[in-house]
Design a protein around this ligand. Sequence first.
Ligand code: CTP
Length: 401
Amino acid sequence: NIGKVASELECGAYVVGGFVRDLFLYRANEDMDIVIEGDGIAFAKKYAAMLNARIHAHAKFGTAVIIFPHGFKIDVASARMEYYRFPADLPTVEMSSIKLDLFRRDFTINTLAIQLNPDKFGTLIDFFSAQKDIKEKAIRVLHNLSFVEDPTRIFRAIRFEQRFGFSIGKLTSRLIKNAVKMDFFKQLSGRRVFTELRLILQEENPTPAIKRLDDYDLLQVIHPSITPNQKLISLFNAVKKVLSWHDLLFLEESYMKWVVYFLAITRYCNEKISRDICEKLELAPRHSVIFCKERFEADKRLFWLKQNSPLTNSSIYRNLFSFRIELILYMMATTKQEKVKKSISQYVTQLRHVRTSLAGRDLKKMGIEPGPIYREILEAVLDAKLNGLLKTRNDELIFAR
Ligand code: CTP
């Protein structure tokens, strides 16, 4: 249908990028990118109207997102016939618009396109030997100025390399080293570096990517004090184990995976350095508070738990209930003491779900005057319940009295 609508507007239509790459890698990909040779927004409007979908258009960039009622999205970009001016003193080249669009992309493996117009439906377009590089499992840039144009591509190279088990090509690797040496990151905002780092930390297993970031001296871009010594790598592996454990038990519970890994990265930084890092990477206040405040409270609690084990259930609960799940998982990963680890896992699997069946109205019925005492009573009931002293609602009522 996409191709048919585009042909009615006399435009070429292609599905491009990650979606096509992942077809060749037998990997699922639900993000569809379409390039229209012509006015992409006009196409998106017509196509969305036909299928009862909404669109969000950016006239300035000639792009649109088509959003279907059940949430599926298609990104649409416009490609126009242009002359490509190389950044240096090289001759200007004339290219077909789809070819130019693909030439502007980061790596050869992302330059495949499939034509969608009915007369050429399914034609595979491969101008830059993407199929060869996919076969050779290589991440290669299209030209030597790729990282000058966009230094965030360095992080992307490492992310793709690790995700697919590929290798960064020799020349591309040299270009990365050169870009790092010339400090191309200086021109990037901290926010953009953070966005890329976060994407890496959201990957299935970020540990090898952290090693690769270090190979290229890129952890220094976060902060000079971050060194990926054996301690950090073991911590990353411990985080991975804890997250797998959590995901197996609580599939439906969502949390920010990158936060737990980022807590691991900043684990050996003091408060001042943590604050510097959050400022440099321009983290939103709702995120900075996790790394600059909550983490230090978690470290203190963890220290207390270590000193005071064995513990009652109520004291485990009281020490942990104010922390968000990301910090609980961080605590689990950082502790080496089996007993403490067990206590935290008991909190995650059981204790945090325990509630008293009593409420204020039950206490009122008993003739207790409302006031701060209600909270004290209800907390005492919960503590007793956590410690296994109260089995039934009746036990709770008797205890409250
Ligand atoms: N792209 C680029 N330079 C960047 C970011 C993106 O050239 N700094 C190009 C890539 O070629 C990519 C396309 O824009 O194919 C879309 O970007 P994105 O959605 O981030 O890439 P995907 O390959 O779909 O990545 P993912 O599988 O992680 O979604």
